[in-house]
Design a protein around this ligand. Structure first.
Ligand code: HXC
Ligand code: NAP
Length: 272
């Protein structure tokens, strides 16, 4: 077990935690001694993620759910807490869907699907999850994206949904503070080896250009985001709530609009 943080006997539930950045967060907490449950739609992905967490030596389990369906989310919390043997200390909500498309090329259902996964899904996880949080003391993190405050062509659905996610975070930090529950957002920058980057920067050249546009001159890694989550959830951070925290090598400070324009021009050339 890594001793970077101590989360021994803490109960962690990561919704959307079976791949990519969120699985990286789940793995971090597993290494730091927590009991971890991950959830997503696809049974096989859930099973694979649980096996990998167990291989790290963690007590781990998984539940299958779609965040668009409130009943499935409620049932997921009930199953997770049964496995964990108690309430949740740390809740990470990061399920998301993304495809690049201009608004004129999206059907109403296409727009709805991303809003339902990212924004309504966040509401569902927050609304159902509150009853299962350890109070006082629980820490909640919503996973946002730079699109929440940087407009990008091909991303209107994601921009709108993630801006909403951050306002849910900020509002709940006010509503739940009296219960001793902290709520924060992490805004990952461009992270290497992810579904999100593959969809938005589909060529090595473009990924290199994105990396160059980051002040720290590299793409982020899974551990960068996991460590930010560990820092925010540590007891030492018990006065941090309502924060929307970019973890992006300074990318958002640059505005990042020129490279995002480049990304969207490239996406135009590969669209049918
Ligand atoms: C236009 C599209 C489209 C595209 C799908 N649709 N792809 N429209 N352009 N490229 C339309 C479909 O035609 C359909 O509309 C509607 O969207 C729903 O599609 P389904 O495939 O039926 O939906 P579903 O199976 O529920 O899948 C949801 C999904 C999918 C969002 C479309 O991509 C998904 O499951 N994604 C999860 C993984 C993911 O996206 N990870 C990356 C997260 S990264 P019609 O009208 O035909 O029914 C991220 C930020 C990255 O969020 C930031 C990087 C810097
Ligand atoms: P990813 O691997 O596709 O992760 C998305 C996760 O959400 C998967 O576990 C997926 O599993 C789950 N999921 C999707 N739809 C769901 C639904 N309806 N119900 C329940 N679970 C669902 O993508 P990623 O790129 O690592 O992104 C992870 C998070 O980071 C997202 O919130 C994304 O917006 C954010 N982010 C990513 C980047 C980046 O560089 N990649 C940058 C900024 C922010 P199933 O398919 O099994 O459902």
């Amino acid at each position: 077990m890594s001793t970077t943080f101590n989360f021994i006997r803490k109960n962690v539930f990561v919704v959307g935690g079976t791949s990519g950045i969120n699985f990286g967060i789940a793995s971090g907490f597993a290494r730091w001694g927590a009991n971890v449950v991950v959830a997503s739609r696809k049974e096989q992905k859930v099973a694979n993620a649980v096996a990998e967490l167990k291989a790290l030596g963690a007590s781990a389990n998984g539940v299958t759910l779609d965040v668009r369906d409130y009943e499935q989310v409620e049932d997921g919390f009930e199953s997770a807490c049964k496995f964990l043997g108690g309430d949740i200390d740390i809740l990470i909500s990061g399920a998301a869907g993304n495809f690049p498309a201009r608004v004129n090329d999206m059907s109403p259902n296409a727009i709805r699907s991303v809003l339902e996964i990212d924004l309504l899904g966040t509401f569902h996880v927050m609304r159902a999850g509150f009853n299962y949080l350890k109070k006082p003391g629980a820490s909640v993190i919503n996973i946002s994206a730079p699109q929440a405050f940087l407009p990008m062509a091909h991303q209107a659905h994601v921009c709108a949904a993630k801006a909403g996610v951050d306002m849910v975070t900020r509002t709940l930090s006010m509503e739940w503070g009296q219960d001793g529950v902290r709520v924060n957002s992490i805004v990952p920058g461009p992270i290497a080896g992810t579904e999100g980057m593959d969809r938005l920067s589909p060529t090595p050249d473009l990924q290199a250009a994105v990396a160059k546009s980051v002040p720290l001159k590299r793409l982020g890694e899974f551990h960068d985001i996991a460590h930010a989550a560990g820092m925010l959830c540590a007891e030492e951070s018990s006065y941090i709530s309502g924060v929307v925290l970019p973890v992006d090598g300074g990318w958002s400070q640059t505005g990042a609009t020129s490279v995002m324009d480049k990304m969207s021009r490239m996406l135009d050339t590969i669209k049918p």
